[in-house]
Design a protein around this ligand. Sequence first.
Ligand code: URA
Length: 192
Amino acid sequence: MDFETLKQECLACRRCALCETRRNVVFGQGVPDAEVLFVGEGPGASEDEQGLPFVGRSGKLLDSYLEAIDLARDKNIFIANIVKCRPPQNRDPLPEESAACIPWLRQQFQLLRPKIVVCLGRVAAQQLIEKGFSVTKDHGKFFDKQGTLFMATLHPAALLRNPNNKPLAFGDFVALREKIHEVCTHTYPENA
Ligand code: URA
């Protein structure tokens, strides 16, 4: 299975009730040889409209953090979400919605085989790292899970609500840059 085939299957998904209210499935965006995978929670209104992840206000903020450490979705990373359709009123995904959707993410993970997964916010961190994960306490730390490094940072939407935390998130991105230099082979051209 290649990425494009997976995407076409995913765009037709009807595995949970979110398919009734979505405008677009947000499959994800990035390069197919990404070594770093970012995972958010789920599409908001702008993402649902455009069919692309993190394109609203929080996406602009995310892009600025990415740019600061020479990452970009059209260059060297992939961005996906725990659920690929917008939960109404931007509520947290329900357990059955996450459970129905995560097999898509798993297939994306298997195709990419990323070296590093960055969880954006609590929902992704609790799904992918540990059930009781505290982003406040354990953001910026790397956890080795079967050879892949997982890290969580604050969700950009949370940073828009609480700009005092921006330096914490920036520190996580600096740590990420260091880790990429350590373990990735072609994310940064100088490591290639
Ligand atoms: N918030 C998310 O978690 N994901 C998006 O794609 C956009 C906003």
